[in-house]
Design a protein around this ligand. Structure first.
Ligand code: MIC
Ligand code: SF4
Length: 645
């Protein structure tokens, strides 16, 4: 039987187990990346491992999320990350050089390799034919120390692309269509593998828009073959020597196949407040728009912004619109500038923000109260923009520009102008001087690691209690994202200071949670979170586990969980449990006293756990899925406890 691309790369990197869907395997990791919001904690944990040098082929630190620098905290983090990178032989992409996923795609990603990144959109590099997975910072630290990354062998779903996109329909509409089909839940432990004749019509940055937002479906990753299109992109990046061909065998077998005719896709938008609320732009209707933000790791490539510039030759942004552009990288910005596109954007009134995450993570450009904001980014979770009362729609760059011109959400085909075909440059202007390479540091051993007052040692947990006895401290609904659990935006500067950051757990849902949980913990009792479907959607931030851990949370009982968050919970000694009967969810109330006895003993014997609801005088069954390795981590109170032994 022939092999899928996923199978080929995974089998070439297997350290333990064998590739049988549903079983745990250990993968050798070739490359890692962290960014400045996840990197500090990841590297503090790496330091705790006391390993003299990194063991990966390449590790990169990106300064891209926390570039607002109000207060000393972000700048201190940058200094810490720069010094520790120099000491351990890690590349450092300086602030201003761009968003991690865009820069990694341009300068470092390699077909056939594995990449593990402390950011959920690490999947972007799947566009180059590599297995690129997002994970919590601790897993990245372990991979840097040469340990395998453990995951459940994924099922592979083939998305067979045929036809060609119509003018005004873009890669963003393709991934929105995929989201409409698969939604944001129920795709855990799957990989999307793209194939079919339609892929040849998509450039690597277009493929990257698609692999980027696969993260919103909750898949482990998404991947395209490495073919002549990939070679062309790597040539344009002056690194064709990194190319190898990787294709699925013609008789490869998939766990599922869906057909998608590119020529039938229409301009789409994800309506508030979830990337899965996909409708055609026409269906939503011509609503008034207040803000348009172009950029993020999803749609900030040269072609996206050069196309926008072509459309904006002449018009100025509608007076009702605040129009912001954050180019994905310095390379994008510099090429736009050299080709004259930047001046067209400036003439049109674009507010050029720095090459960073910026508006996407809500640390700038929060819309006005009640505003409609169109964004080319990947997440429109409630409150993420920094304005709870705003409605965020996710759209393609050309739909975004149509609103810049008209002041309304309109199907760009209704603009009545010719579609500006922008060709990809045969060669990008490339200048890597904003990347500090390991060889730029003369004597790594003598580099002093520089810390600041906000950078604390990550707290250790107690070992897992034999009996859990405490409160359902909070009951939340379906699709709770890590943005709900621990907000980013203006709060992100507390990332390396867990006691401080923990004050904001569930801030957007119930700002009394943190205080109440700390009180329960201080009485020697435990906190339990009760959740609905798809708990822990979104980011890879392990703070959504370590901060609850710090507050004494011992278990989350939910209808279902997302992958990265489940791993993070276990890594920090919190037990993820699912209801054996989902209807029980309705019987639990916030504040109910819950008890689970003999947790360790029952888990060792792989027996179901019985949860007693003392307040209601009822009992129910709870399930878990833990490998022997995960049980060891959980019983120790988390992986950090094991590492620090
Ligand atoms: C995000 O888009 O939510 C982030 C900010 O990039 C996160 C990482 C983080 O929380 O630092 C992600 O996607 O993993
Ligand atoms: Fe940055 Fe937004 Fe991409 Fe996250 S999704 S890496 S915040 S641009």
């Amino acid at each position: 039987m022939g092999k899928t691309i996923v199978q080929k790369i995974i089998e070439g990197h297997l350290v333990s187990g064998s590739y049988v869907a549903g079983t745990e395997i250990g993968l050798k990791i070739d490359q890692t990346l962290v960014q400045d919001a996840t990197g500090t904690l990841a590297y503090l944990q790496f330091e705790a491992m006391k390993i003299p040098a990194i063991k990966t082929e390449l590790s990169v630190t990106y300064l891209d999320h926390n570039t607002i620098q109000i207060g000393f905290e972000n700048a201190d983090d940058h200094r810490y990350l720069q010094s520790i990178s120099a000491k351990y032989g890690i590349y450092l992409s300086r602030a201003g050089n761009g968003i991690c996923h865009q820069v990694h795609l341009e300068r470092f990603g390699k077909p056939g390799k594995t990449l593990l990144g402390a950011d959920s959109h690490t999947t972007t590099c799947g566009a180059l034919g590599m297995i690129a997975i997002g994970a919590g910072g601790l897993d990245i630290a372990l991979a840097m120390g040469g340990q395998p990354f453990y995951l459940t062998s994924p099922k592979v779903i083939k998305i067979n692309l045929t036809g060609k996109l119509q003018p005004w329909v873009t890669a963003k509409d393709v991934i929105l269509k995929v989201l409409e089909i698969f939604t944001t839940k129920g795709n855990v432990r799957c990989v999307f593998e793209y194939g079919g004749p339609g892929i040849l019509t998509l450039t690597v940055p277009e493929r990257a828009t698609i692999t980027n937002m696969g993260a919103e479906c909750g898949v482990t990753t998404s991947i395209f073959p490495s073919d002549e299109v990939t070679l062309q992109f790597l040539k344009a990046q002056q690194r064709e020597t990194d190319w190898i061909e990787i294709k699925a065998d013609p008789d490869a077998e998939y766990d599922g196949v869906i057909e998608l005719d590119l020529s039938e896709i229409e301009p789409l938008a994800a309506a508030p407040h979830s990337p899965e609320k996909v409708r055609t732009v026409k269906e939503i209707g011509k609503i008034e728009v207040d803000q348009v933000c172009m950029g993020s790791c999803t749609n900030s490539s040269y072609k996206d912004l050069a196309t926008a510039a072509q459309m904006l030759k002449g018009p100025v942004a509608h007076r009702g619109i605040s129009f912001v552009i954050a180019p994905g990288s310095k390379q994008v910005l510099e090429n736009l500038s050299r080709d004259g596109h930047l001046s067209d954007l400036i003439s049109a009134g674009a507010r050029i923000a720095e090459c960073a995450c910026g508006f996407c993570i809500g640390n700038s450009q929060s819309p006005s109260s009640g505003a409609v904001s169109l964004r080319t980014s990947n997440r429109n979770f409630f409150g993420r923009s920094g304005t709870k009362e705003a409605d965020i729609y996710l759209v393609s760059p050309v739909t975004a520009v149509a609103a810049v011109i008209t002041g309304k959400l309109i199907d760009p085909r209704d603009l009545g102008i010719a579609f500006p075909e922008v060709a990809m440059p045969e060669k990008f202007y490339v200048d890597d001087r904003m990347i500090i390479k390991p060889e730029d540091t003369e004597c790594p051993d003598s580099v002093e690691i520089l810390r600041g007052p906000n950078i604390g040692t990550p707290p250790l947990n107690e070992s897992f209690p034999e009996n859990i006895s405490g409160e359902a401290t909070i009951k939340v609904g379906d699709r709770i994202t890590t943005d709900h659990i621990i907000p980013a935006g203006a709060r992100m500067k507390y990332r390396p200071n867990i006691p401080k950051y923990a004050e904001f757990v569930f801030e957007g849902i119930d700002n009394t949670f943190s205080e109440r949980a700390a009180e329960i913990r201080n009485k020697g009792k435990h906190n339990i979170i009760v959740g609905g479907i798809s708990y822990g959607q979104g980011s890879s931030r392990e703070h959504a586990a370590i901060c609850p851990m710090y507050l004494g949370v011992k278990a989350v009982i939910a209808k279902s969980f997302e992958r990265i968050h489940t791993d993070n919970l276990i890594n920090f000694g919190i037990l993820p449990l699912t209801f054996a009967d989902e209807a029980v969810y309705d019987t639990i109330e916030q504040g109910d006293h819950l008890e689970i006895e003999k947790v360790g003993e029952n888990i060792e014997k792989n027996c179901r756990l019985i949860v007693k609801n003392i307040t209601k005088g009822t009992k129910f069954n709870a399930d878990y899925s833990l490998t022997e390795r995960q049980k060891r981590i959980l019983f120790a109170g988390g992986a950090l406890n094991i590492l620090s032994e």
